[in-house]
Design a protein around this ligand. Structure first.
Ligand code: SF4
Length: 297
């Protein structure tokens, strides 16, 4: 039995930076609050909570005064910075530079786009990054903000007779986003060749892993994909692995493993999302080596 952890899986640099920032302060005994889960992985959140990190929501932020609050890699809308300033809160801003660049680009479009334009964001409703992106467009702006989850609501919500500026949440599937972009362009062409400004805002830390994870998943009889249930890129990368290896299972921890998955297997691959800690994948490997009474490499 061969059991291997994918060397290319695990935290992206955005998550590494946010966690390093939190630990830098926590290790000095300084109280740090984090606005929302620092990473979409319950096990890693539990580990940092044990070191003293306190997770708060936006309502709790409003009540907090003179404290240190970490902004995670997903970024925040301008309103959060305003509240922090009013409440004498010191922010440790660990917004990922890729997300900040996207937020800046949206603000530029708000300034430059002609009256009646539509800023369309392809993303998951309620996802913190998406809330941060939509927040860059003031409610009283001269452009409309529209959130879409795919082709169906794109056709429902977009007015194809007006200019369209299309953006994506950074962790969506690159293939799906490009396909959606083509569909929107085709539809807009029917309306006097209306302009569609397609912005490729997919993070390459996710899209490059798509190919790598497929290569990895092909090499094993069974693949365990380890990620938190709230992880968007976890869903994308899990689908990528499963598309090349139907014996791919989504797990969040060793408790989700069923040993009968491995009955006729000679090899097991373990991989994960950009929010999956390396230690958790190693834990899965050790568990399998022990439970299957075998050796690991
Ligand atoms: S997935 Fe990409 S955009 Fe998101 S935090 Fe990681 S590096 Fe940044």
């Amino acid at each position: 039995m061969r059991i291997e952890v994918d060397p290319d899986s695990g935290f992206c640099f955005g998550v590494v930076y946010a966690i390093a920032q939190a630990e830098f302060f926590l290790d000095q005994g300084i109280k740090v609050y984090c606005l929302g889960d620092i990473v979409h992985n319950d096990k890693e959140v539990e580990r940092l909570k044990a070191k003293g990190l306190e997770i708060i929501d936006h309502e709790q932020l409003k009540q907090l005064k003179d404290a240190i609050v970490l902004i995670r890699a997903h970024g925040e809308p301008p309103q959060t910075y305003k509240i922090a300033k009013e409440n004498d809160i010191t922010l440790i801003d660990a917004s990922c530079p890729i997300v900040l660049k996207l937020q800046n680009r949206i603000r530029e479009v708000v300034r430059e786009a002609p009256e009646g334009s539509q800023i369309v964001i392809y993303g998951k409703p309620g996802h913190p990054e998406v809330i941060g992106l939509l927040g860059q467009i003031p409610d009283d702006a001269h452009v409309d903000k529209i959130l879409i989850t795919g082709e169906d609501d794109a056709f429902e919500k977009i007015d194809f007779s007006r200019p369209i500026y299309l953006f994506s949440q950074t962790t969506k599937s690159i293939d799906k986003y490009y396909k959606l972009g083509e569909t929107i362009k085709k539809k807009a062409a029917e309306y006097n060749n209306q302009q569609v400004f397609f912005n490729d805002t997919i993070c390459r830390q996710v899209s490059n892993r798509d190919t790598k994870i497929k290569e990895f998943a092909k090499q094993f009889d069974v693949v365990l994909f380890v990620a938190g249930k709230k992880s968007s890129n976890g869903k994308v990368l899990f689908e990528a692995a499963k598309s090349v290896n139907p014996n791919t299972y989504f797990i969040s921890s060793v408790e989700d493993i069923h040993l009968d998955w491995f009955e006729n297997a000679d090899s097991i691959g373990i991989c994960g999302a950009t929010s999956t800690p390396a230690w958790l994948m190693e834990q899965v490997k050790e568990f399998l080596a022990r439970e299957l009474n075998t050796y690991s490499v």
